[in-house]
Structures are given as C-alpha cells and as structure tokens.
Design a protein around this ligand. Structure first.
Ligand code: ADP
Ligand code: ASP
Ligand code: MG
Length: 409
C-alpha cells in the first residue's frame, strides 16, 4: 500500500464537473489500495474574487482579516470535494489547514509553514478514507488563520508529502507539465520529462507560476520528488527531482515575470551604511526585494533601484519615502510597467556567453535592457512591460529551446 498526495489547482476544480473528475482520480487511487491525501486549491478565480470583494470595502484591509477571508476559498473546495467523493460511494473527510496540523508563523498573507503535526491526518487515514486538506492555509501559535502566499496550495502539498513521507506526490494543473517556457505565451515551448529542483526553483522565482517557489524549496530540502501533471488527461507530466537523474543542458528554460514593480530612490547620499539602512527597513516591513541596482555616483549622490512584487508596492513606496526624508535623499520614483525575462540552466558554463546570446536576441528585437542580474544558474533582465512576451519568445528561440528547434535537450 502506497501513500499518495494529490494536489488539485484552481483551474482543475473550477466547475462541479471538473471537481467530480478530480474526485474520480482520488477514488481510483484509493480503490487500488492506496492511502490518499488530497490537497485542494480554491475553485477557479475564487481567491481573486475574495480579494476584490474586500477591496471594494477598504483599499488596504488588515492582513489578519484578509487571511481569514482568503482561507474561505479552500474551505469551500475541501467540503465540496468530500461531497463529490461521497457521491462516488467512497469514504472521505475534509480538514482545514489547522485541523490537518499545519502550523505557521504569523506573517499574514505570506506565512511560512513551521511544523506539520500529522497525528490527526494519520488517524483519519487509518479509518480507511480519503483525507482532503485545504491548501494555502495554516494557523499560527495564537490560533489565527494564516495564508502562505499566492499559489500556496503547492507548498501545502509538498509539506504534507514530506511530513507523511508519501510514496508519491502529484501536482495536477491545467498544463501537461513543466515546459521550457509558459506554453500560453510561447506556442512552441517543449514539455520537459524531468527537471532539477534548483532549475525549477529559479524558474518559479523568475515568474513561471506553474509551481510556487517555496514548494520547490521544501521539496528540495526534504528530498520530495514530485510530478506535475495535467488534470485533464493521463499523460506522464514532468518529474521534479535532483540533477543526478537528469541530462545536463546549458539552458533548461525561460520565464517571464509581469508582477513586479521598480522603486528608485533618487539622489541617495553616497556614504557607507545608507544601503543597509534602506534594506533593513524594507525587510522589517516584510517586503521581499528581488533585484537591486545602484548607479555610479555623481557628485556624492547616487540612484538606487530595486524591484518588489506589485502587491508589496504600496508598502515599499511608503517605507522608501520615509527613508528618503530621513537620510536626505531626493524623490522616490515608481515604475509599474516593467517585465523581467530570465533564462535558467544548471549546466550554464559561461555566464558571459549566455548573457551575450540573450542580449543579442533582445537587441535584434529592439528591446532595451534596463536592469540585469545574474545568479549561478540564472540571468535576468528587466525591460519595458509591453515588450515582455516578445522578449520571452525571442530568448526562448535564441537558445533553441522550442519543439521545432534542431537542438537536443
Ligand atoms: P494551478 O491553478 O493548477 O495552481 P497555475 O495557474 O498556478 O495552476 O499554474 C499553471 C500555469 O502556469 C499554466 O497555465 C501556465 O500558463 C503557467 N506557466 C508559466 N510558466 C510555465 C512553464 N514553464 N511550464 C508550464 N506552465 C507554465
Ligand atoms: N487559492 C490560492 C491562490 O489563488 C492558492 C492556490 O491556488 O494555490 O493563490
Ligand atoms: Mg498555482
């Protein structure tokens, strides 16, 4: 008997029909003699609708109450999934994140899972039934309901698979697996049979929302291989595991991020400690910074730019304006019309070579580069928002990642 964790994303349970189909998958595994834990997302765009509803009432609602509200979407899904499974004459019980033993810190809307107490989960499994757990939510040490960041049902599924030492973890979504780039934007993107944790981690943090990056982090830390597959067909999907089991290539994939904004502090005094002051304050406000660029200073002052998620922009702007006053900097500029394009590959041998090829592809398309950053296995550029999709296709082509390219990957 194997223990299987199956996660169904929002589009895979968007309608009663799709929800019933997801239930059939779980029942199928259960009737084959396995123990089955199902992790559910909210149906379709329910989470966005809940956020929009709150925003009609208050422009910046209190984070605690937002988490209380957002957790509702997943709670609906688990109850309906249990009902769908009962309708197929199979036993099932639904649990909230708290009931499933998922404990988090108290950073509302982006809480981190701290521990999973599997006592209740194991007890419910032992009763001979499918156990359905609400993704995306947990509870802090004062029993407040928390949510763990957009796309957070992915980390729930992986954390449960790790805690239960599951034999198999399957992430069901609306594409056939992980592709060399978002197949909705790059029509000739190729499905990958396998990908390394680090490569997917970089792609996810570069905007490939097929898998939430924290989920990949947890999978890597606890050594949880998992499959990303379509909920609409039986195809094999993509296995995410470690590199020893995968053929190395220069570049594995490309990604586009459209949800970031750039903040620039102008005329920042050029003296030691200023950058520290800025980023200590930003971190204190729980804002995650992605890229940072400081210009060459002229006459003792410099411009300092960084990128943050658009959802963090109001807070980032507020903190930056307060700081600019405190340290005697100039105005704070904000640009929401940016895109970030990245290429990722663990086998990237020559950064200069990869960067050269990437920049050339952008130049050929007359796309101007505004920021650049590199990590060991990734090169990212920030460009104008309007050029994002064209840039992704150009870069994907330049590295021969597509189905129709002659390169073998
Ligand atoms: P779910 O609701 O199942 O969690 P998401 O919408 O969060 O699904 O993620 C799936 C989407 O991710 C796909 O529909 C696709 O447009 C997008 N995506 C972005 N990059 C990739 C990629 N490299 N491979 C596959 N899908 C990708
Ligand atoms: N429903 C949550 C969201 O939309 C979590 C998830 O779908 O994974 O972000
Ligand atoms: Mg998702």
């Amino acid at each position: 008997m194997a223990l299987i964790v199956q996660k169904f994303g929002g589009s895979s349970v968007a309608t009663p029909e799709k929800l019933k189909a997801a239930a059939r998958r779980a029942v199928h595994q259960f009737q084959a003699g396995n123990q089955v834990v199902v992790v559910m997302s909210a149906m379709g765009d329910r989470t966005d609708e809940l956020i929009a509803l709150a925003n009609q009432i208050h422009p910046e609602p209190e984070p605690r109450e937002m988490d209380m509200l957002m957790a509702v979407g997943e709670q609906m899904s688990v109850a309906l999934m249990a009902i769908a499974i009962h309708a197929q004459d199979c036993r099932a019980i639904s649990l909230t994140g708290a009931q499933a033993g998922i404990r988090t810190d108290s950073v509302f809307s982006k809480a981190k899972i701290k521990t999973v107490d599997t006592t209740r989960l194991r007890g419910e499994l032992q009763k001979g039934q499918i156990v359905i757990v609400a993704g995306f939510q947990g509870v802090d040490e004062w029993d407040n309901i928390t949510t763990i960041g957009r796309g957070g049902s992915d980390p729930t599924a992986i954390a449960l698979a790790a805690a239960l030492k599951a034999d198999r973890c399957e992430i069901f979504t609306d594409v056939d697996g992980i592709y060399t780039a978002d197949p909705r934007i790059v029509p000739n993107a190729r499905k990958l049979d396998r990908i390394d944790y680090d490569e997917l981690l970089e792609l996810a943090s570069a905007g490939a929302k097929v898998m939430q990056s924290r989920a990949v982090e947890i999978a890597k830390r606890f050594g949880v291989p998992f499959h990303v597959r379509s909920s609409a067909n039986e195809s094999e999907g993509t296995l995410v595991t470690n590199i020893q089991e995968i053929e190395q290539v220069d570049i594995r994939g490309a990604a586009l991020e459209m949800n970031e904004a750039k903040v620039t502090l102008c005329d920042v005094p050029d003296r030691p400690g200023v950058a520290a002051a800025i980023f200590v304050e930003i971190t204190r406000a729980n804002i995650n910074v992605d890229m940072i660029v400081q210009n060459v200073s002229a006459q003792g002052a410099t411009d300092l730019s960084f990128t943050v998620l658009k959802t963090d922009l109001p807070a980032a702007r507020r903190v930056s304006e307060e700081l600019a006053r405190k340290i005697g900097a100039g105005r704070v500029e904000v640009d929401e019309d940016i895109a970030k394009v990245s290429v990722v590959g663990i086998g990237m041998r020559s950064h200069a070579g990869v960067a050269g090829k990437m920049f050339e592809a952008l130049a050929k398309n007359k796309i101007n580069i505004r920021m650049i950053s590199t990590s060991e296995i990734k090169i990212s550029v920030v460009i104008d928002g309007g050029a994002g999709e064209q840039a992704l296709r150009a870069v994907h082509d330049a590295f021969g990642l597509g189905k129709d390219s002659g390169d073998k990957h």
